[in-house]
Design a protein around this ligand. Structure first.
Ligand code: 5GP
Length: 205
């Protein structure tokens, strides 16, 4: 059966547990291909250029942006992030499943692009990972102990803003209990592979 690749966009505010859930899904579904984004932020200890991100300068980011190399880009907490078309389009064309772990602004911009591009709309799905409630989110952010009070308040305000866009997503996974949220994410990811919109031939005619 001829199929187009599937583009899966996953967002979630910091403290929602997105990274943990994504890494569990990654282990269980090695066929998922993660797009590596460009960022202007500095690498954290243990991060390697070309593995977590392509770490580039502001100038290089602007140059790539002007050259039209990004499928989407956004400013997140004073740094710039962008999804390279070269990480996504060819793999989709080859029928692979490509996952983007991007913020809500980026997801909304891909959602808008779907309105103009039926091919993209046929393959894109949007998943939002949310904390169970604001109190739990605040507790999680405070327990990290790496952020200042100002950063915590900024992250909380940002989370509220991001979650208000939940209706732009196809799936909402509330991360109350880690194991059940991880299972729910896996179920959604597996179900997405069966979408009729991915089939590009008239198989039963
Ligand atoms: P971090 O710097 O902690 O790795 O990521 C910060 C935020 O930037 C996360 O929410 C992550 O999903 C988002 N992000 C990472 N890459 C991209 C990208 O290419 N585009 C957008 N819009 N957001 C991104």
């Amino acid at each position: 059966m001829k199929k187009r690749g599937s583009l899966i966009v996953i967002s979630g505010p910091s403290g929602a547990g997105k990274s943990t859930l994504i890494s569990k899904a990654r282990t269980c579904m090695p066929e998922l291909e993660f797009s590596i984004s460009c960022t202007t932020r500095a690498p954290r200890p243990g991060e390697i250029d070309g593995r977590e991100y392509f770490f580039i300068s502001e100038e290089e980011f602007s140059r790539r942006e002007s050259a039209g190399e990004f499928l989407e880009s956004a400013g997140v907490f004073a740094h710039r992030y962008g999804t390279l078309k070269s990480q996504v389009m060819e793999r989709l064309g080859a029928g692979h499943t490509v996952v983007l772990d991007i913020d809500v602004q980026g997801a909304l911009s891909i959602r808008r692009a779907c309105g103009l591009d039926p091919e993209l709309a046929a393959c894109a799905s949007f998943i939002l990972i949310a904390p169970p409630d604001p109190e739990t989110l605040e507790k999680r952010l405070r327990s990290r102990a790496s952020d200042s009070e100002e950063q915590i308040l900024r992250r909380l305000a940002c989370a509220r803003r991001e979650l208000s866009h939940f209706r732009s997503y196809d799936f909402l996974i509330v991360n109350d209990d880690l194991d059940s949220a991880a299972n729910e994410l896996l179920c959604v990811l597996r179900a997405l592979a069966s979408r009729v919109s991915l089939i590009t031939e008239e198989i039963y005619s």
